[in-house]
Each structure stands twice: as structure tokens, then as C-alpha cells.
Design a protein around this ligand. Structure first.
Ligand SMILES: C[S@@+](CC[C@H](N)C(=O)[O-])C[C@H]1O[C@@H](n2cnc3c(N)ncnc32)[C@H](O)[C@@H]1O
Length: 325
């Protein structure tokens, strides 16, 4: 593993390199792919130049995303099309690339035909900031820190469980769910979290095996959960018999929620469930075994901290990575 300092230096150098030759936003796109065109490393792109993700890292990122035949992948800024082609050829996914440079689009289409995956792939000449990719289940990025931040509100608004992979650049305050490093190049995975914030009323189906000293087998126990969510992380309290306890190790992974708490009798209990809108169903596990529970959210879900535009501080950090300060 390179040191943090070495990594920041490398990131700054790479950011400068990727960003230095960006087209101005108003530059017109070339009309057609010239005959005999071959992509050149570092050639200009609209917001970022072209450099390909190495095969080993692309494979790792798509594996981390658990890409499969039921997935729809989109590569935002698809370059020579390698990630789209790999997604279809090696993982069986349906995949599309969005690329501003029409020469790269034509080149990608030819490469997809050579790989025998034209039926499962599509290349769209366009601007990633104007393309609707909300139907994708996996999003691939190799852009720049501030471009990732600009896309973040759209990414956070995707269906819970959507996976996002990024080569080299992170997502500011949104910490990754998984990281990898190959050949000194970091890769990140995020899983779009469901909204778990607000007040939930949990009803436990009491059984003789799981009933605590304060409930009889015929009683259902009610816990009121108050949760605040920042990206995929949760904090809050559980109120049982008018006593509040902090929830611990709480996070949302797609539609799945998990947290622990120590109950009114001092017993540690682990809650795991699936969020479906304002309903939550799952299992509580404690020393006496598993008990099913269901919960309903009271009122409307507050917006997730992180679903809005990036903070000024994050934008400053992204600009710093570009060496702009
Ligand atoms: C660093 S390359 C990544 C290529 C590919 N995703 C990969 O990982 O191998 C970024 C690509 O984004 C394209 N690009 C830059 N700005 C864009 C924009 N606003 N819309 C669409 N494509 C863009 C560039 O032309 C370039 O091919």
C-alpha cells in the first residue's frame, strides 16, 4: 500500500493530468469518426481526458459490484468502450456507454462487434450531465473528484441497491462500502442506501423462547426507533418502556438495514431487516435465538443527509485534489 502522502501526490498528479486537457463546455463535438482513427492516451475529452482503466482493476470493480446477467450497467464517459464490453462479455450484463467524443463511440461500436457483444451493448454520443441513467443498476465512473461530486445527488437518488464503482476518485463525504487497490490504483464501491431515517414503530411477535421478563407470551412488545441518516450511516435511539437506548453499529446497505442495541433488560440484540418504502421486516437475534419483527415508519421520511448538493468544504477538497488552490 502506498503511504497516504504518496497517494495524495499521485491523485493530484493524475487529477491534473486528467483535467488539464478538458474541452471547454461549449466546444462542439466532432461530427464523425475519421477513417483509421485510433484513440491516443491523454486525448482531450469534454470534462476529462481519455485514459483507460486497466483490465485487472475493471474486472475487480465489476466483481465488487456483483455484476450479473440481470444488471444494466452504464459507464459514464465510456472512452474506448472497454468496461461496457467487459460487462457484457465477461459478466453477461446489458451495458451502455455514454461518451462525448463520437470517434470514441464509433471505435467502441466496432470493438463491441469484434467481441461479439453488439446485441448486449449500446454506445450513446452525449454528455453524461444530460443523459438520464436512472434505470441503471450499476454505474461505472473514471472521471475526476469534482465530477463525481457533481453527479452525487443523481447517484444518491437512484434505486436503493444500485451499485456505483469508481476508478481512482472517491465521492467526498460519502464513504465507500468497499475499496480495493490494484497496481497502486484505488477503486471504490458504493451501494445506494434506502431511506431509513425518521421514526419507526417496531412490533415484535413475542414467542415463549424470546419473551423478555417484562412481557408475557401473549404480549407484543413495541419499540420506537428514531433514526438520523447520513449517506449509508445511521445513528439514533430506541425507546422501550419509556427508556431510551442508543442504537449501535447501524447502517443501510441498499434495502438492508442492520443495527444493535442493548435492551431494557441489559441484553444485546441485533436487528437485521429489509426496508420497503415505509415498511421494514426482519429478524432480531439475541441470546435466546431469532425473533421476527416488523416496523412501520410514522410520518414521512426526512431527506437523507448527503442527498443534496455537495458542501462547499467538499468542493474545496475536490478542487485541492486538482491542484487548483
Ligand atoms: C478517464 S476516461 C475513462 C474511460 C473509461 N470509462 C474507462 O474507465 O476506461 C473518461 C472519458 O470520459 C469522456 N468524457 C469526458 N467528459 C465527458 C462528458 N461530459 N460526457 C461524456 N463523456 C465525457 C472522455 O472523452 C473520456 O473518454
Amino acid at each position: 500500500m502506498p503511504s497516504a502522502f504518496a497517494r495524495i501526490c499521485a491523485l493530484t498528479t493524475l487529477s491534473l493530468a486528467l483535467g488539464a486537457t478538458a474541452f471547454a463546455a461549449s466546444d462542439p463535438a466532432p461530427a464523425a469518426a475519421p477513417a483509421g482513427f485510433e484513440p491516443a492516451l491523454g486525448q482531450k475529452g469534454k470534462d476529462v481526458m481519455w485514459l483507460p482503466t486497466p483490465d485487472v482493476l475493471a474486472t475487480r470493480l465489476l466483481t465488487m459490484a456483483k455484476l450479473g446477467p440481470n444488471d444494466k450497467l452504464v459507464d459514464l464517459g465510456s472512452g474506448d468502450g472497454k468496461i461496457v464490453i467487459m460487462a457484457a462479455r465477461d459478466f453477461g450484463a446489458t451495458a451502455r456507454g455514454v461518451e462525448f467524443d463520437p470517434r470514441m463511440v464509433a471505435h467502441s461500436e466496432a470493438a463491441a462487434a469484434d467481441a461479439g457483444v453488439s446485441q448486449k451493448t449500446r454506445f450513446i454520443q452525449g454528455d453524461i450531465f444530460k443523459h438520464d441513467f436512472s434505470d441503471a443498476t450499476v454505474v461505472a465512473l473514471y472521471l475526476l473528484p469534482e465530477l463525481n461530486l457533481k453527479l452525487r445527488p443523481q447517484l444518491m437518488a437512484m434505486a436503493p441497491g444500485t451499485r456505483i464503482v469508481s476508478h481512482y476518485f472517491d465521492m467526498g463525504r460519502w464513504s465507500p462500502d468497499q475499496e480495493a487497490e490494484l497496481q497502486g490504483r484505488p477503486g471504490f464501491l458504493w451501494i445506494v442506501p434506502a431511506n431509513a431515517g425518521g421514526t419507526w414503530r417496531i412490533d415484535e411477535k413475542s414467542t415463549s423462547a424470546s419473551t423478555s421478563a417484562s412481557t408475557s407470551p401473549s404480549q407484543a412488545k413495541t419499540t420506537v426507533l428514531s433514526l438520523q441518516q447520513s449517506f449509508q450511516l445511521l445513528k439514533g435511539t430506541a425507546t422501550i418502556d419509556q427508556r431510551s437506548k442508543p442504537v449501535e453499529q447501524a447502517r443501510v446497505t441498499g434495502q438492508a438495514i442492520a443495527f444493535s442495541l442493548v435492551d431494557e433488560n441489559g441484553k444485546p440484540r441485533k436487528f437485521e431487516g429489509i426496508i420497503d418504502g415505509d415498511r421494514l421486516r426482519g429478524t432480531i437475534t439475541d441470546a435466546s435465538g431469532p425473533t421476527p419483527f416488523s416496523a412501520t415508519r410514522e410520518g414521512t421520511a426526512p431527506p437523507i443527509d448527503g442527498s443534496g448538493p455537495p458542501t462547499q468544504e467538499e468542493q474545496n477538497q475536490a478542487a485541492l485534489a486538482l491542484g487548483a488552490q
